[in-house]
Design a protein around this ligand. Structure first.
Ligand code: B1M
Length: 213
């Protein structure tokens, strides 16, 4: 079987031991970490996600697939993040309050790291006050936020409002993304940028900070 298909299938089935082994095999065969991520791990998760949508899979299966994907991503992370370089900028990253989805956010973080950013990842379920305090502490000029639920997307605006209240808004560019978020929505809530996927999040981050692409 094609090794990328093997990774996708094992991810979909939530096989947390087989996925890292197959990822190692793919890398040993010269497949790039990025290809393993997008055409292997992500394919598998999307497949279980599609079944979930059709009521053919249940949350525990989705969760197992997500864990299997994370096990594979743990191997790819150091390869995608070039070490030993001076960071081009610091970005504060997180999934907004009441939202526990972190796979897309982690992919954005990995891609940013791989492109030379220092990423301060606050994880999931992050309240506005924590975003604000971290941006201040890190003196970061870029906030990257994910929201995966239509019920949590409005919280992106709550964070932007909190930045305004603290007088930080003009010093911080806000980049947003996640499945329910669109370019139009990003403009409506007053964000500075939107990206539909992790590679384009990197391009947008550089554009917002006027860094060379
Ligand atoms: Co949830 N879930 N989930 N889930 N889940 C979705 C999002 C859903 C679309 C499934 C569905 O019904 N079809 C649906 C949301 C519906 C909606 O709001 N419109 C949903 C629901 C309803 C729920 C629960 C409410 C289910 C329940 O309990 N009844 C619950 C909520 C929990 C909570 O957060 N409070 C829940 C729980 C879970 C699990 C815990 C089981 C698990 C999460 C595990 C984890 O993340 N560690 C899970 C999963 C895995 C999914 C699906 C299947 C996959 C999400 C994912 O990781 N996608 C998802 C269905 C689907 O998308 N097919 C679903 C892969 C990931 C790479 O894509 O995150 O979109 P994504 O990231 C993309 C882009 O969006 C973009 O780049 C990434 C790709 O490069 N991007 C950015 C993301 N962040 C960005 C930031 C940027 C720029 C781009 O700039 C800063």
């Amino acid at each position: 079987m094609d090794i990328l298909k093997e990774i996708a299938d094992n991810t979909e089935k939530g096989k947390q031991l087989e996925v890292p082994a197959a990822v190692q095999k793919a890398l040993a065969n010269g497949i790039s970490p990025y290809e393993v991520l997008t055409n292997g791990l992500q394919e598998g998760l999307e497949a279980v996600g599609a079944r979930f949508k059709r009521n053919e899979a249940y949350i525990p299966e989705v969760l197992l697939a997500a864990r299997a994907m994370q096990a594979g991503m743990n191997i790819l992370q150091p390869l995608l993040a070039e070490s030993g370089r001076k960071p081009i900028a610091t970005v504060v990253l997180g999934t907004v309050k009441d939202d526990l989805h972190d796979i897309g956010k982690n992919m954005v973080g990995m891609m940013l790291e791989g492109s030379g950013f220092q990423v301060v990842d606050l994880g999931v379920n992050v309240p506005a006050a924590k975003f604000v305090a971290t941006l201040e502490a890190e003196k970061s000029a870029l906030l990257a936020m994910s929201a995966l639920l239509s019920t949590t997307a409005p919280y992106l605006k709550t964070v932007i409002d909190a930045l305004e209240e603290k007088g930080l808004r003009q010093n911080v560019k806000v980049l947003v993304g996640g499945a329910p978020v669109t370019e139009e929505y990003a403009i409506k809530i007053g964000a500075d940028g939107f990206a539909p996927d992790s590679p384009r999040a990197v391009d947008k981050a550089k554009e917002l900070l006027n860094l060379k692409t």
